[in-house]
Design a protein around this ligand. Structure first.
Ligand SMILES: Cc1cc2nc3c(=O)[nH]c(=O)nc-3n(C[C@H](O)[C@H](O)[C@H](O)COP(=O)(O)OP(=O)(O)OC[C@H]3O[C@@H](n4cnc5c(N)ncnc54)[C@H](O)[C@@H]3O)c2cc1C
Length: 460
């Protein structure tokens, strides 16, 4: 049987893989390029949780398919080198700035909004000052907000472009194994046993495929480094409460080192007038949030996450995060929701107490319960301390009626050993995006694709 052969294969069609494909075709038009994606085409992706609650689909439509987790993401492009990944560990500050700009330009080229949110210098300085007095560090940044309603069209435009320039795309096609011989990549093997050859393979499987990639790295002898795991809750408040921050900043990135444990606690993914949503990782469901460009709810939501790295002998941060999410799922048959006042009073929330709350939950189907049965003492203390500090900056955020959904877990995947061009020790094998543990956001995941594609274009 003849084996198919390509110049390059990209595994995973999230922003990292898609940007790698776009950039490679810019630098090497006419290349034989194959993109393999285990999920569905974007037009066939639909999530029941957006209408009802998560039904644990075997393949999560939010996380997999053309566009990856980026397709239905909130589409907030944070135009800063300070957040969204660890590419700064491989590039100097100027190089990373340029790459972030290039990534932003690529989003723009395919239809991202030209509008940018961000404070003027005077407002930024005042907010930083106020945050400092509240014991927090505020990172002001510019944000381009595509919106989860517009993101699919942007990713679809990228698909149309790639097909037009001759890239072969196969959806519903899962890669089982990366093939290597004598330290040089040979291609991939699909789950149906088909082998496909290529001179370069770019793996971009996202958080959904992080465990698979870590297993591949182990079998290929590529060293792995554990990243931290971020565990916390999604907070939902009436939108006007957060307006002192969301009007000038849109998204407020706040960091605090907790007094009791010295842990890093931070806000993440703030969605003014947005909705709380769920995210399925096969056997567990976690909470997340998004907002629309064209529609508004009454509430603003954001995550408060505690970042934790483990020391010897424990080496399984992902298993740790998964266990906590599983515990929440066990107690709540999915996502738990609790009023902050009930958590403080040491009692569970009930349907009645939630109904009496000022905040009307935007996530349907979450079970009123008690997060103190789920979150470790350390995380609970860190989160409550953080909310109290935030309340001095934005009065009302730590009110009794504030809703906490649990749990939100960010798995940052084990990081594969890669060089400055994101090539692994296996010649021709590049590991990019969230699944490789080098990024954790749309701008940097796209940027990692650009970086790898430029290196491959040179090598080809
Ligand atoms: C609900 C939600 C909202 C978000 N909002 C924002 C935001 O506003 N701003 C921001 O910066 N970031 C946001 N993010 C994060 C952002 O979406 C990710 O950082 C980004 O999508 C990572 O890109 P990636 O290409 O590395 O991986 P992904 O987008 O996860 O794509 C990986 C793809 O690889 C495929 N795959 C996995 N394994 C295989 C295999 N073996 N064979 C073939 N295909 C495979 C998967 O099906 C998936 O489609 C959000 C994420 C979620 C879930």
């Amino acid at each position: 049987m003849s084996v198919e052969r390509y110049d390059a294969i990209i595994v995973g069609a999230g922003p990292a893989g898609v940007f790698a494909a776009i950039e490679l075709m810019e630098h090497r038009p006419g290349s034989r390029l194959l993109v393999l994606e285990r999920g569905k085409p974007i037009s066939e992706r639909s999530c029941p949780a957006r209408e009802r609650s998560c039904v644990n689909c075997p393949t999560c439509a939010i996380m997999t398919g053309w566009g990856g987790a980026g397709a239905f993401s909130d589409g907030k492009l944070t135009l800063s080198t300070d957040v969204g990944g660890w590419l700064g560990d491989y590039l100097d500050a100027r190089e990373l700035e340029r790459l972030v700009d290039d990534s932003d330009r690529t989003w723009l080229r395919f239809g991202a909004t030209t509008e940018i949110h961000g404070p003027d210098q005077e407002t930024a300085a005042r907010l930083v000052h106020d945050a400092t007095l509240a014991g927090m560090r505020l990172i002001p940044m510019r944000i381009r907000h595509i919106g989860s309603d517009r993101s699919p069209a942007v990713l679809q435009a990228m698909y149309d472009h790639l097909v037009e320039v001759g890239v072969e795309v196969r959806t519903r096609t899962e890669v089982a194994r990366i093939r290597e011989h004598a330290g040089v990549v040979q291609g991939v093997e699909l789950i149906d046993g088909t082998s496909i050859d290529a001179s370069a393979v770019v793996v971009a499987p996202g958080r959904d495929g992080a465990d698979w990639l870590a297993a591949q790295a182990r079998s290929l002898g590529i060293p792995l480094v554990n990243n931290a795991v971020d565990i916390g809750v999604r907070v939902e408040v009436p939108a006007p409460v957060m307006e002192p921050l969301t009007v000038p900043l849109y998204e407020a990135k706040l960091i605090q080192y907790s007094r009791r444990f010295g842990d890093q606690v931070r806000t993440f993914c703030m969605n003014p007038y947005g909705a709380v949503t769920t995210e399925s990782y096969g056997t567990i469901v976690t909470v997340n949030g998004h907002s629309y460009a064209e529609r508004r709810t009454e509430n603003t939501n954001f995550a408060v996450l505690v970042s934790q790295s483990f020391t010897h002998p424990f080496q399984e941060p992902i298993t740790y995060g998964t266990s906590i999410a599983r515990l929440a799922n066990l107690l709540g048959e999915g996502i738990l929701v609790q009023r902050l006042g009930d958590l403080r009073a040491g009692r569970r929330s009930t349907e009645k107490r939630i109904a009496e709350s000022v905040v009307v939950p935007t996530l349907r189907g979450a079970t009123p319960g008690d997060l103190s049965f789920v979150l470790p003492y350390r995380h609970l203390v860190d989160i409550l301390e953080f909310l109290d500090s935030l309340d001095t900056l934005v009065p009302g955020v730590a009110a009794d009626g504030t809703l906490l959904y649990g749990v939100e877990v960010k798995f940052y995947s084990s990081r594969l050993q890669v060089g400055a061009d994101l090539q692994t020790p296996i010649t021709g094998l590049y590991a990019i995006g969230d699944g490789a543990g080098v990024t954790r956001g749309l701008i940097q995941s796209g940027a990692s694709g650009l970086l790898a594609a430029r290196a491959i274009a040179k090598a080809l």
